[in-house]
Design a protein around this ligand. Structure first.
Ligand SMILES: [Zn+2]
Length: 94
């Protein structure tokens, strides 16, 4: 029977948590559910990776501003990855 897993997140659900997850401002339950999802989802792991890289790169400024259009580009990338059925990490590097 189903229902043994308390929290089952969809990819979109994970994306909405990603910045909080990196900020460490999710609950332990949410964190566990996100990590479980990431283990099985290459798309979300790749997205988490790139978001994390961006945050690390901008972390020297204590207050940083996401560039305008950042979210749009991220969402476009996510949607392209989903539609193409391949993870962003498998796209050829320029
Ligand atoms: Zn996912």
């Amino acid at each position: 029977m189903d229902g043994s897993q308390a929290l089952k997140l969809s990819c979109k659900h994970v994306w909405s948590y990603i910045s909080d997850y990196i900020d460490d401002s999710v609950s332990a339950e949410e964190r566990a559910a996100i990590e479980e999802h990431l283990e099985h989802c290459e798309i979300c792991s790749a997205i988490l990776d790139s978001v994390h890289n961006i945050l690390v790169l901008t972390a020297d400024e204590r207050i940083f501003h996401l560039p305008i259009g950042y979210s749009d580009r991220l969402h476009a990338r996510i949607e392209a990855a989903l539609r193409g059925g391949e993870s962003p990490s498998s796209l050829p590097e320029r």
